[in-house]
Design a protein around this ligand. Structure first.
Ligand SMILES: [Zn+2]
Length: 68
C-alpha cells in the first residue's frame, strides 16, 4: 500500500520513499504544502451519502406501498 501525496505549491504528485509523518516534496522541498492525495476515502464518503439517500427513498417507497 503506497500512499501518494500531492504538493499544493507545485502540483506535483509523488510517493515518499520513506513513510513519515512529514513527507517532503521532491520538486520544491516543501513540507507544509504537501497533502495526502488519497481520493479513495473521499469517494467512499460520497458512496455512503448516496447509500443513505437510496435507503431513505427505499423506506419511503415501502411506506407509500403500505399506507396507500
Ligand atoms: Zn512542491
Amino acid at each position: 500500500m503506497s500512499a501518494s501525496y500531492i504538493c499544493a505549491d507545485c502540483d506535483h504528485e509523488f510517493v515518499p520513499e520513506e513513510a513519515g509523518d512529514d513527507p517532503r516534496c521532491p520538486m520544491c522541498s516543501r513540507t507544509e504544502a504537501v497533502e495526502p492525495a488519497d481520493t479513495s476515502a473521499l469517494q467512499s464518503d460520497i458512496w455512503r451519502q448516496w447509500l443513505v439517500v437510496f435507503a431513505l427513498l427505499f423506506i419511503a417507497g415501502i411506506a407509500y406501498v403500505i399506507f396507500e
